[in-house]
Design a protein around this ligand. Structure first.
Ligand code: GAL
Length: 730
């Protein structure tokens, strides 16, 4: 059976290109000791130059090749190295340079390593924005960073092994079956494969076998009568396991993955249907970059981003703008029922024929990697916002259909009369109200973004306008049955190149900031949650008389999924209100827009209280202080446990709040963090709050134990948080 071991730990790193680094005898003792995922450079959260990560660097590691590798084949599996790399083993170049940072690749070590000995792996990583590799060649509105930024594995397998499995559900709504294409590398006479479908608890539901000596086989499991469907409400997953047997029935290899039965379709009547039921898609674009660490976010942070999109922002869809994203992130989308529109790397520019070959290789690897995932509903087969290129896009579209005949294609464009070779017209529509579709099925793949960048410390008018524009466009698209859905730009603020952004190399386009802390626009989304899952009530005002143009707070906007709200100023009930369905009726839970309660300049300012009601019962109450005084630093760790793998991380987030825990965006503090125990801080420390808030990461060391994080401020006191670093389970 194939044996695979994560080898993220025990690497040495050097941020420059030293000749001889691939040699076994090279002395790397002075190199930095690191664990993967790794960014080739740590940054402040803004104001840095991409040239700093555009370097050639080296990674080295001694790997114990197990005795089990005798007479077997040995591989290194890389989940992603930014942007190109050459792998050397025991001083020998093991493969041609791999180009492209977003897709996995394997390097065969068989014959280059000796089982039972240590092998020296050296990886030369070129993180320059090379014009021969997508997305580069012109401008790109995001940063790509550098390094071995995803996981790496050592794999030992038999001479014949399972090289690929593509499984799909057939007739899932009527008489469900599972079909799978299985590919065997180096097949031999008499070999067979088996496939089994089991509950995640282990109970087998069905199995089948077939001959495999031709290398490729198609196998089906029929009569799967009582299958639970995968949906966004109930993302039911099964396990599919494929085994390869030799002629004398020895198990040579096995491969297993989670699988969900569902039917997805962008239909000719304009609707998107999941399992036959129309579902209006409401999504946001997500960049896979983070502050300080670039793209090198470990599993915990990836999982949390998916949770933020699904649970905090109540989305049913996200777009992986503009690249295949981390397998950990996508695993979580499968688990929690978040739909995904995944696209190939690129931004506006199409290169020469060699560039296009790399692009097609990216597309192929992306689809092969992710086509068993129930969450993926659409492949993006055009370079985001590029010009038409009939031949190239005929090829990418055909390639996607060949690799995955079960899913439709889209291709994100900003030119309305561009040629549509794909199944779904996915269009970046930056106007309000949205344009009518030019072709159906039709989905808005971006809106807002650069049309209205907004910072957490912008004045109230702007933050409110930002929130209302998102709400308005989502509402309007929902009312138009010819539009399948809309994906706003974007979920999180992100670092960018000098030609974009607000002058500090950030595009403030997120409904949340770069630290994943919500702006008011985020509340327009989170309040769309079903109140049975979560009651939401957020007041979009800083409750102060002098921040808006001309003063006052008219209108007061409350984002809530309650049926009605009562508003009190001081002790006085000023009215009971219902959602503004006339203006935002397309939303499941329109905001409450309350006009005419405004204060006059100079009037005595009192506290605000808003109560939310469902079925006549008060289910939530929020208050805002009239004194605007910072009372404390609200500070928390998103997780109180880390794994001692030297790279696990959680967010340490903080906000300056008033006596009712509302953020005070114009108050600043210097926040200093010290730690005790097996953790360290990643990020700018001390940190000056921006918009009254900020965040850093707390990272585990490679040993377990109790840890303490102490947060000190100049006038809001000192806070101590505790966390546990747990041993890595074998
Ligand atoms: C789009 C582009 C995105 C981002 C956005 C900002 O044109 O596709 O990547 O730059 O604009 O609004």
């Amino acid at each position: 059976m194939a044996w695979r071991e994560n080898i993220n730990r025990g690497w040495r790193y050097r941020p420059d290109d030293i000749s001889g680094s691939e040699k076994v005898e090279f002395d790397d003792k002075t190199w930095e000791k690191i664990c993967l995922p790794h960014t080739n450079k740590l940054f402040p959260h803004n104001g840095f130059d991409d040239k700093e990560y555009q370097i050639v660097s080296w990674y080295r590691k001694k790997v114990a090749v197990p005795l089990r590798a005798v007479d077997k084949r040995v591989f290194l599996d890389f989940d992603g190295v930014m942007t190109a790399c050459t792998v050397y083993v025991n001083g020998v170049k093991a493969a041609d340079e791999h180009k492209g940072g977003y897709i996995p690749f394997s390097v065969e070590l068989t014959g280059l390593v000796e089982p039972g000995t240590e092998a020296l792996i050296a990886v030369q990583v070129d993180s320059n924005e090379r014009p021969d590799i997508p997305p580069f060649g012109y401008m790109v509105d995001y940063l790509t960073f550098g390094g071995i930024y995803r996981d790496v594995y050592l794999r030992v397998c038999a001479k014949s092994f399972i090289s690929d499995v593509f499984a799909w559900g057939v007739d899932v709504l009527t008489s469900p079956k599972l079909s799978a294409n299985i590919s065997i590398d180096n097949p031999a006479a008499g070999q067979t494969v088996s496939i089994s479908l089991s509950e995640l608890s282990g109970r087998e539901i069905a199995s089948a076998t077939c001959e495999a000596d031709a290398g490729d086989c198609l196998i089906s499991l029929n009569d799967l009568a009582d299958i639970n469907l995968w949906s966004i409400e109930s993302p039911y997953l099964y396990r599919v396991e494929v085994k390869l047997f030799s002629a004398d029935e020895e198990v040579l290899d096995s491969y297993s993955f989670k699988f969900g039965f569902r039917k997805v379709e962008f239909c000719k009547d304009g609707a998107f249907r999941l399992n036959g039921k129309a579902l209006k898609l409401r999504g946001l674009n997500r960049s896979q970059a983070y502050p300080f660490i670039g793209q090198a976010a470990p599993k915990r942070l990836q999982v949390q981003d998916a949770d933020i999109l699904k649970y905090d922002l109540a989305l049913n869809l996200m777009r992986t703008s503009h690249c295949p994203q981390s397998p950990h992130f996508l695993d979580r989308c499968d688990e929690i029922g978040l739909l995904v529109f995944e696209e190939l790397p690129g931004w506006q520019h199409i290169g020469d024929s060699a560039w296009k070959e790399v692009s097609k290789a990216d597309l192929t690897a992306m689809i092969k990697r992710d086509r068993n995932r129930p969450s993926i509903i659409l492949w993006g087969v055009r370079i985001n916002e590029s010009q038409d290129d009939h031949d190239f896009y005929t090829e990418t579209n055909a390639l996607a259909h060949k690799l995955d005949p079960t899913r439709q294609t889209g291709g994100v464009r900003c030119i309305r009369d561009s040629e549509c070779l794909e199944d779904v017209f996915t269009y970046n529509d930056f106007v309000d109200p949205p344009n009518p579709p030019v072709y159906i099925p039709y989905m808005i793949s971006e809106f807002m973004g650069h049309m209205f960048p907004t910072k957490t410390w912008d004045c109230e008018d702007r933050k409110l306008e930002h929130a209302m524009r998102h709400a308005e466009i989502q509402s309007k698209q929902s009312l138009d049955s010819s539009i399948a859905g809309a994906i706003g730009w974007c979920a999180f603020d992100y670092n960018t190149h000098a030609s974009f952004g607000s002058g500090d190399r950030i595009c403030y386009h997120g409904v949340s900031d770069i630290f994943r802390l919500p702006k008011w626009a985020a509340y327009g989304y989170s309040s769309q949650a079903d109140p049975k899952d979560k009651v939401v009530l957020e007041i979009a005002t800083g409750w102060t008389v002098g921040d808006r143009a001309a003063g006052g707070v008219d209108p007061i906007v409350v984002f809530s999924n309650c049926e009605s709200i009562k508003v009190y100023i001081g002790d006085e009930l000023r009215g009971e209100f219902t959602p503004s369905s006339d203006e935002y009726g397309g939303l499941p839970h329109p905001p409450f827009v309350i006009r005419g309660l405004g204060f006059l300049w100079g009037e005595y300012w009192q506290d605000l209280a808003v109560e939310g009601y469902i079925s006549g019962k008060c289910v939530i109450k929020k208050m805002m202080a009239s004194d605007s005084q910072p009372k404390r630093l609200d500070v928390w760790l998103d997780s109180n446990e880390l794994i001692a793998d030297g790279q696990d991380m959680t967010w340490l987030k903080f906000r300056i709040v008033d006596k009712y825990d509302n953020p005070l965006p114009y108050i600043s503090e210097i926040v200093t963090i010290t730690t005790n125990g097996p953790v360290s801080v990643i990020g700018t420390n001390p940190f000056i709050t921006q918009g009254g808030q900020g965040a850093l990461f707390v990272k585990s060391a490679e040993f377990a134990g109790d840890a303490e994080v102490k947060i000190t401020t100049s006038r809001l006191g000192e806070y101590v948080l505790h966390l546990k670093v747990l041993p890595v389970s074998e």
